[in-house]
Design a binder for this molecule. Sequence first.
Ligand SMILES: C[S@@+](CC[C@H](N)C(=O)[O-])C[C@H]1O[C@@H](n2cnc3c(N)ncnc32)[C@H](O)[C@@H]1O
Length: 177
Amino acid sequence: MYNGLMAGIIWIIVALIILFVAIVFGVTMLFGAAFVPSHRLQTRQAFKKLKPLTKKDVLVDFGCGNGVVLEEAIKNGAGRAIGIELNPFLAILAHVMNHKNERIKIKCGNMTKVKLPEDMTVAYIFGLKKVMKKLKPVLERYAKEHGRTIWVISLAFKFNGMKSIKSYGSYWLYKIE
Ligand SMILES: C[S@@+](CC[C@H](N)C(=O)[O-])C[C@H]1O[C@@H](n2cnc3c(N)ncnc32)[C@H](O)[C@@H]1O
């Protein structure tokens, strides 16, 4: 009797874990971009080689997943880091992982629709080409409206019609004026 109850509880826990993982990794597939986190060490190196961050920098990670890039941005010198994430489960996870750091904020929403912070200086994107295609005009409009340069780092995919300034492995740096 006792063993049967325990086995039932274990099966329920396993099923809940599978459901959670399926939602976290699967929901955004519907929108065309799965969750794959950036590699911590490589991202750290990419910041150093492509755009050394300073206290004046405000980095926005477009599609922040669990927030690993935000954490690395702060550790590597950025003043603030903001993550925008479409998948509410990932947005909650990113918030839980980073809520103790006052310099990190998470917004749940579509990266092309949410209001961007007034002081963004660096944009980070690890997303599919079709996501990047939609983001490009948003960044160009932002740079024009705010009258300043925006540094853009992309991972794995290049921006169509934009010449990168530097690259490091699969990371590219762009300057939008
Ligand atoms: C490849 S993951 C990268 C996660 C994180 N930037 C990193 O490098 O560790 C892409 C993320 O973008 C999110 N995403 C896809 N389309 C989005 C959109 N339109 N607005 C906001 N987030 C989006 C996905 O949910 C996913 O978490």
